[in-house]
Design a protein. Sequence first.
Length: 221
Amino acid sequence: MHSSFILAVLLFALAHPVRGEITLSDKHLIILRGGLDSVWGDYIFSVQNTQHVPQQASIALFLPRETVDFKAVEGVLPADLRVDAQHGTVTMEKEFPHGATLVNVAFKAAAQDGTVTLNWVATQTLTSVNIMHEYEVMDVFSDQLEITQLPRLADGHYRALRTTQALTAGDRLQIQVQGIAQGRARLHLFAIVFAVILLISTVYLGIRTRPRAGEGQPRES
């Protein structure tokens, strides 16, 4: 996606305070794309520094608990991301300049049998979480989401969903993703099953064709 599109969908009203002079956008955007045996996502939001000098802030990122990998994409450097193993979260520790900073952190979650359940836990109030996904590639289900309109500059191959109510600290968001392409993991499973069947067949035929005791020996006259 072009940065112009990201900017268009991300210039939301800034209201929720992180630390006095630092605020986060009311709306947070998650874009999901399908991979082989995996789901790739972009977590996008905006940070506003109302002071005229840079301010340091520590922000817990709203990433799914099933995240197996992540990387800095825009507005943040790899060195700014920290893994909090105790709380199972990824934290962004960064000095923000005056004005608005657009942040995009990509994440990856593994999928099995073409499906995965993703779980988020809010660490602060999120007025609205918007989720966009490639509807021709995958399906997304959740009783916590409702269909909404795509931003005008969005790709028509995407579908937009949003939370039905605000999330407060400790609230959970759960979605199920289906229709994910299955790759080598499934081929390896088929190979193992075929090998087991072949082994059983070989043993069975060996038993069936083995001469029984007394067979093949000349009879006494």
